[in-house]
Design a protein around this ligand. Structure first.
Ligand SMILES: [Zn+2]
Ligand SMILES: [Zn+2]
Length: 263
């Protein structure tokens, strides 16, 4: 528990930056799955999304913490009615939060309004670990940020559990987007329960049959249970979205405005 508390005391952004630096280097020295196109430009494009997110988060983070603390102080949620040991609450909390983001993610593909923001993440025709940054800040702050609040209101999760969830989630998000070759045996073993990088790349396929699959961030189990798990060999994946294939639609400036533009 002390180790977890120590890790939680480190700003999650430092952990993300450290992981991206590691995987960005590995992508440079190891054989990659997809060819790179102007990697430096691609990186800066992705990084700009993070800059806008961090500025927005200065305001959002306070509101987020306030909501969770208010729910906790008023003992709202199922866990306050049940006597669970801390470790069980933690494991269940991580499962519940991952289930929440699964449904929010699925909703982002179903709702035309949410999709206009979420497709920014899907629009990339190349991919590397810096894709961790590439999401529309409005989507991350408001909709995906709402998932933990929503799940806390139902289940009574505290900031500690949410912190641990993000701590576990961050390496998943970096590795899932990394442009490295991952063996198929990984998909057949840990892939029975855990989301592997190959599964997430299928989610980034241009073919909508595959785009609308493999929504889970940590536990692919949710896709298997709710019938959205799909598979194809990673080397057959064509990344991106057909409507964003043009080079001018890959710039930060175009993408940040894209939810509000007529196609
Ligand atoms: Zn998606
Ligand atoms: Zn992704």
């Amino acid at each position: 528990m002390e180790t977890i508390e120590y890790l939680l005391s480190i700003d999650i952004n430092y952990i993300a930056v450290g992981l991206i630096a590691l995987f960005f280097t590995l992508e440079h020295v190891l054989s990659t799955q997809f060819p790179f196109k102007e990697r430096g430009k691609h990186f800066w494009n992705s990084l700009l999304f993070q800059v806008v997110f961090l500025i927005g988060n200065l305001f959002w983070a306070g509101f987020f913490v306030f909501c969770i603390e208010w729910l906790n102080q008023n003992e709202i949620g199922l866990f306050y009615m049940l006597e669970f040991p801390l470790w069980l609450k933690l494991i269940l909390g991580i499962l519940i939060l991952d289930l929440g983001t699964y449904w929010f993610h699925r909703l982002s593909h179903l709702s035309p309004v949410l999709w206009r923001f979420h497709r920014v993440h899907h629009s990339d025709t190349t991919m590397d670990s810096s894709n961790y940054f590439r999401s529309h800040p409005i989507e991350v702050l408001f909709w995906f940020g709402s998932a933990p609040i929503f799940m806390s209101a139902i289940f009574g999760l505290d900031l500690f559990t949410i912190g641990v969830y993000f701590l576990v989630l961050t390496p998943f998000l970096v590795i899932e987007h990394s442009n490295l070759k991952f063996p198929a045996w990984l998909d057949k073993t840990i892939g029975l329960v855990i989301t592997t990088p190959n599964f997430h790349k299928i989610h980034h396929d241009q073919d909508q049959h595959y785009t609308d699959s493999n929504f889970a961030d940590i536990f692919i189990l949710w896709d298997r249970i709710f019938g959205t798990y799909k598979y194809k060999p990673a080397e057959q994946v064509k990344l991106g979205l057909a409507e964003f294939d043009e080079e001018r639609k890959q710039t930060f400036w175009y993408l940040i405005r894209s939810p509000f533009l007529r196609d």
